[in-house]
Design a protein around this ligand. Structure first.
Ligand code: SAM
Length: 293
């Protein structure tokens, strides 16, 4: 049974824990990683909002907002006449998001502790429903996309920025390749698709959305940039699972990790660890009769 709690922000009964798996949790280290990543993703998220023409007065949702997500970007676009709803299934992240909204004086933001697969929010009521780095991290992402399509008003937008574990490293390094392979395998064992980014347009079309747009971007991070080791850092969070699953021993992981970090510490190594896929689509103004939102 999902946990039910009452949201201090909305007074509504929350929908509770996610019904699928979510690997990364909300430890202080993970919240720190997400906050650090905000600056890295900010320009890409702003581009995505430009693509859908997000503007004043819009009612918007950031599903799986984590401790901050794009709440501030949405808040600035929506303005005082608009509204932003942040949704997260993790109680710790929902609490952190409320604190972030309060401390940043985002008066048009409210936070709901709920599962993105069934938010309990009214359907056909939002101008924009958004996810960032959520679908790539969960099992059964199509269920969240279906909820996004349900929440959007006819003519409204669904938009996502999701990762794809398609990276570039030059010169290549066998230990980094091995660790990347282990991470991909471990994420798949957890039920998520590390290559979800490339599937976004299909997921949107399968949910009955139209006018699908897509862009792929990747960033090369210079020596010393914390994002250079993002895959290694994510793998650290999964090391016990990897060892328990017999994919590699902890000793083997330590040896590979040390060698890969040495390679990435070399300023002459070029690394673009992931591809970011930006995709957007519109809910048709008149849904075909067979399509139920
Ligand atoms: C990698 S974080 C990304 C956070 C934020 N979107 C950002 O870009 O910084 C993924 C977030 O999705 C949330 N999440 C995972 N499964 C969820 C679900 N079924 N419903 C709602 N939130 C979920 C997690 O709690 C976490 O906060």
């Amino acid at each position: 049974m999902p946990e039910a709690v009452t949201s201090p922000a909305t007074g509504q009964r929350d929908q509770g824990r996610p019904s699928g798996t979510y690997t990364w949790g909300s430890s202080p280290a993970e919240q720190h990683r997400l906050k650090r990543q905000l600056a890295v993703l900010r320009a890409h998220s702003a581009t995505l909002l430009d693509r859908v023409g997000a503007r004043a007065g819009w009612r918007t949702i950031d599903l799986g907002c984590g401790p901050a997500g794009i709440l501030d970007l949405l808040s600035a676009r929506a303005g005082p006449r608009g509204q932003v709803t942040g949704v997260d299934a993790d109680a710790g992240n929902a609490t952190a998001a409320r604190a972030f909204a309060r401390e940043s004086a985002l008066a048009n933001v409210r936070i709901l502790h709920a599962d993105a697969r069934r938010t309990g929010l009214p359907g056909a009521a939002f101008d924009l429903v958004h996810t960032r780095m959520v679908l790539v991290n969960i099992s059964r992402p199509a269920e969240v996309v279906a909820e996004m399509a349900r929440l959007a008003r006819p003519g409204g937008w669904v938009a996502s920025l999701e990762a794809d574990a398609l990276g570039v490293c030059y010169p290549p390094h066998p230990d980094l390749d091995r660790l990347t392979e282990l991470l991909v395998t471990a994420v798949r064992h957890d039920g998520a698709d590390p290559h979800l980014g490339r599937r976004l347009p299909h997921l949107f079309r399968d949910a009955g959305l139209a006018e699908v747009g897509v862009e792929a971007r990747s960033d090369v991070y210079p020596a010393g940039h914390p994002q250079r080791t993002v895959l290694l850092d994510l793998l650290q969070a999964m090391r016990l699972k990897i060892a328990a699953g017999g994919l590699a021993s902890e000793d083997e992981l330590d040896t590979l990790d040390a060698a890969a970090r040495r390679h990435l510490a070399d300023p002459s190594t070029l690394i673009a660890p992931v591809t970011y896929v930006l995709a957007w689509a519109r809910k048709p103004s008149r849904s075909p009769r067979s399509m139920r939102y």
